[in-house]
Write a protein that binds this ligand. Structure first.
Ligand SMILES: [Zn+2]
Length: 101
């Protein structure tokens, strides 16, 4: 299930946030393999949000664990949308050292 979140009237609802929704996250990933995924701590404190490419193996969901529970996934086809999202939470994105987005 897709739950678009709009942050301003001007944006195009292109940032999607997955929390307790591994199936939705997986569906988004396979539909947007050229997109970007932010891995962030759940709740008001995002921890250190990491920016990944959708193809990064460190964020590829496997059935053996929950991928949108303790850490949530925030996805977009546009990394600048994700950087804007992080700024709204007074955070900066840190690029993943494996996929080098
Ligand atoms: Zn990565």
């Amino acid at each position: 299930m897709f739950r678009p979140m709009c942050f301003t009237a001007l944006d195009s609802c292109s940032v999607e946030r997955f929390q307790d929704d591994d199936a939705g996250y997986r569906t988004w990933l396979y539909a947007n393999m050229s997109g970007y995924v932010v891995n962030a701590l759940r709740g008001p404190n995002l921890g250190v949000p990491i920016l990944h490419r959708a193809t990064c193996e460190t964020i590829t969901p496997t059935p053996d664990k929950a991928w949108t529970a303790e850490y949530i996934k925030v996805c977009s086809t546009d990394r600048f949308e994700l950087e804007g999202w992080a700024r709204e939470h007074n955070q900066r994105l840190h690029p993943c050292e494996f996929c080098n987005p």
